[in-house]
Ligand binder design. Sequence first.
Ligand code: TRP
Length: 395
Amino acid sequence: MRIVSGMRPTGKLHLGHYFGVIKNWIKLQQEHETFFFIADWHALTTSYKNTKDLQNHIRDVMIDWIALGLDPENGTLFIQSKVKEHAELHLIFSMITPKSWLEWNPTYKDIKYNLLKLNEVELQFRGGLRDTVRQFINMIPYRVEDFERFEEHLLEDLSSTFISALFEGEIEPELLKKLNVSKRDFYETDTYGFLGYPVLQAADILIYKGQGVPVGEDQLPHIELTREIARRFNYLYGEVFPEPEALLTETPKILGIDGRKMSKSYNNAIFFADTKEEVETKVMKMFTDPQKLRKNDPGRPNICPVFSYHKLFNSNPEGIQQIENDCRSGKLGCVDCKKTMLSFLEDFLEPVRDKRNEIMKNIKSVESIFIEGSISARNVALETMEEVRKAVNLK
Ligand code: TRP
């Protein structure tokens, strides 16, 4: 089976990426023909305003992929934008894709919803500020002409500053929580390109005639759309594309150090680029059972993030059982429990860290893996495009 999948370059990878995606990709590499790419064009759909770190992010992903064990000998690793034909196929697909298919796309609807939410937050922000602004104006010792308008202007200025700070991700996490929003909610994504996000994704997959697409559940609507686009193309112009299927990966959801889902935007992630000391600090800060206040209080391992790491990183089932028992009975305190866990975690992280450092000494060689990969991916893409152009009578 031919497998295709991509990852947007959002920066350094963390444990969540490994257990959610990369581990499975490595396995697939051994069993199938695979095409894995860094979806830099897709990154632009949400982060077009801030591209200054794009190349750094791509580089970080390249380093982490190789350090974690993706193997250019076993499959094709490349960069989306280095194969311009994705864009050509995206264009052709955009001609045959009804707009309604995209507008009904749940991801798109989510973002639309977020735009509404943005208005709500702005109103909330203004409401909260109004009194303060009024007090401030009252302090001005002379009479401000057209008082009402001045107040409005000031509020408008402040809230637009606030909103751009939201967009730039400069608002304190605490405040975001209070407002019940996350940074992700506030990308300015009411664009043509964002609407077409899944069309580009369909091109990514179909240009390699991908049959299997390993993705998370959130991506299922995109794969369904890919199938619909393939069907429509085949119906209009003759059979060119297979209908790919999603390969849902069953992955343990890895928790962040605060017990929520691990995510860069929650600031709770353990990165492969973290130093040993950074990892230690994070582990020692990890949340545990909030009812276990003192060392010898009995704990509940089933709700403790630290215990979930024991299960992931300790390969000895009896050792895990021991930890569980000693936590429940109150024999084991959280500090000691964390220290034990840290050593298992480090057994896993250290070799990756060493490999990362090794790679970074010779960054050119990683770059050339991806350049070579892009050339071989392109050869396959060019063949498909020949067929496509012919089918559409473009030549
Ligand atoms: N949309 C995917 C994500 O955010 C990334 C992606 C882009 C992708 N193109 C793809 C995944 C093609 C699978 C196949 O995770």
